[in-house]
Design a protein around this ligand. Structure first.
Ligand SMILES: [Ca+2]
Ligand SMILES: [Ca+2]
Length: 217
């Protein structure tokens, strides 16, 4: 029996003869000790590695957020955009020179007309940076349109009033931006009243349009 206990201790085999020794004797059979340590060690080692990967990932995210506050990420087609400080930025953008465009301005609509595919990116928000065909476009908030200047020649005159009247009777069709500039009454529709307001402005009877005075909208 002593021999059985000795072999049991040596090989870590708990026998009816050695089991009492395991509980009473602190010196566990070497094989048993090795097994438990190896197993536990491997497990905790793997967990530790996984946690460090996650932690490194979080550290990376923290570093990115150190510049502006990243509040959202969106994927549009193959592109990913990060929203920071109200600007959606294409993740491929890294301070390349940009073509700056005023949101809702003439260039903005011209660009959309020329490249309708940009629409899905422009739909993200008013301010954004997007790479398209090797060009980086930055859409910014501008001062808004010059209300009353329907033909975009920089002046508010009889031609603009005439364009509105022509549009009302269907002789011409105004672009979205022209409509914005034409609706000087701010009622979200183009009527003879807008043409009349422009005439009043030209004559000096009014110094600003209702849309600018903030009377509507
Ligand atoms: Ca004009
Ligand atoms: Ca109007």
């Amino acid at each position: 029996m002593d021999e059985i206990v000795r072999l049991g201790k040596l090989y870590g085999i708990i026998t009816p003869y050695t089991s009492f020794l395991v509980t009473e004797d602190e010196n566990l059979p070497p094989a048993l000790v090795m097994d438990s340590v190896d197993f536990g060690g491997a497990e905790s080692g793997r967990i530790a590695i996984d946690i460090s990967v996650v932690t490194d990932g979080l550290k990376g995210a923290d570093n990115q957020g150190a510049t502006p506050t990243v509040s959202s990420i969106k994927t549009v087609g193959r592109k990913t955009f990060i929203l920071a400080d109200d600007v959606w930025t294409d993740t491929v953008y890294t301070d390349q020179p940009t073509v700056d465009i005023i949101y809702g301005g003439g260039q903005y609509f011209d660009l959309l007309a020329a490249h309708p595919e940009l629409g899905k990116y422009f739909a993200l928000g008013q301010q954004l940076i997007v790479e398209y065909d090797g060009t980086y476009y930055r859409v910014l908030l501008g001062a808004g349109p010059l209300y009353g200047d329907v033909n975009f020649d920089g002046a508010i005159d009889i031609d603009d009033a005439e364009m509105i009247l022509q549009a009302i009777v269907g002789l011409i069709t105004l672009t979205a931006e022209q409509q914005l500039a034409a609706d000087v009454s701010g009622e979200n529709r183009i009527t003879a009243f807008d043409a009349s307001l422009i005439l009043q402005y030209i004559e000096g009877k009014i110094s600003e349009f209702p849309i600018e005075a903030g009377e509507t909208r």
